[in-house]
Design a protein around this ligand. Sequence first.
Ligand code: NDP
Ligand code: GUE
Length: 296
Amino acid sequence: MSATIIDGRAMARRIQAAVAAEAAELARAGWAPRLVSLSVGATAAAELYVRNQRRQAAAAGIGFEARDYPATISAEELGGVIAGLNADPRVHGIVIQRPLPAAIPVRALQRAIHPLKDVEGLHPASIGNIVYDDLALGPCTARAAVEILRALPLDPAGLEVTVIGHSELVGKPVAFLLMGLGATVTVCHALSREVAAHARRADAVFVAVGRPGLVTAEMLKPGAALIDIGINRVETPEGPRLVGDADFETCAEVAGWITPVPGGVGPVTVAMLMQNAVRATRMQMERYRGAYAGGQ
Ligand SMILES: NC(=O)C1=CN([C@@H]2O[C@H](COP(=O)(O)OP(=O)(O)OC[C@H]3O[C@@H](n4cnc5c(N)ncnc54)[C@H](OP(=O)(O)O)[C@@H]3O)[C@@H](O)[C@H]2O)C=CC1
Ligand SMILES: Nc1nc(=O)c2c([nH]1)NC[C@@H]1CN(c3ccc(C(=O)N[C@@H](CCC(=O)O)C(=O)O)cc3)C=[N+]21
């Protein structure tokens, strides 16, 4: 058997077309959506993400400004930057690229972002809303991965799903979204025993660990869906290459559907961020229309 390879770029383009139309409509109303990205120190892990945000924002007609701060910036100074962006009516979304230097408390900063400008859906209020299945601004990566599953001819209700990795950014939100769809969810992490056995039982496996080759063909039920969220840069004799957390070649022999890296969850994540940007702008327009002169 050979898996169907899921085309994340095509899915991202479809989402983006709707986002572009909405961004144009908001711009006509005087509320052109605009995002600001904050990177601190050397952020190799986020460079590709920022590059694709810039590219997709340009394509969707969303303003995008990437700011880089030195690793020596203090948490207080960054808090001041965020307070300024919260108060600026021309800014509708703020993205804090992870990871941050160890000395900077990422949760406190995430909490400092105004919830209506929390386009990544990572504010404690947004994270809490996941439990209520209220996804006004849902977390982008998790939504992307789950939207990909929803596009497959599998009924998520009662589906056996194993999630490998339980980070705040990815694994935990994925598990909650899947529970919201009625799936039976098993979550594995660094302390889990028998990850392979849990994976092999599943109709769909989601993996977000950051370890190339973690999921192998022996860990999959034949015909299962494999949603590979990992994005890792590895050195090969032919130069640097981007790979996921699964051993793609062997897994594709056994899985029914598989997401490639690049071209799988990554582009859909960025499209979700753009979708959140227009949603956030609309919510701010509805809340503050009249409070500002225009909004711009
Ligand atoms: N496609 C996209 O848009 C995005 C992709 N990513 C990618 O996803 C991957 C994970 O990112 P992120 O969640 O931020 O990473 P983190 O490092 O924050 O989390 C990794 C998770 O994997 C768990 N883990 C570690 N080793 C194992 C193991 N052997 N078996 C099972 N679980 C294990 C950890 O468990 P514990 O906490 O117990 O140590 C932790 O929960 C990375 O490759 C990243 O680049 C990230 C964001 C967006
Ligand atoms: N606050 C925060 N949120 C994140 O979601 C977050 C983060 N910080 N830090 C870094 C990781 C990594 N990440 C990527 C998302 C998309 C691509 C992406 O678009 N990848 C393309 C790459 C295509 C190309 O090669 O140019 C693809 O997979 O096809 C890459 C990486 C988000 N992360």
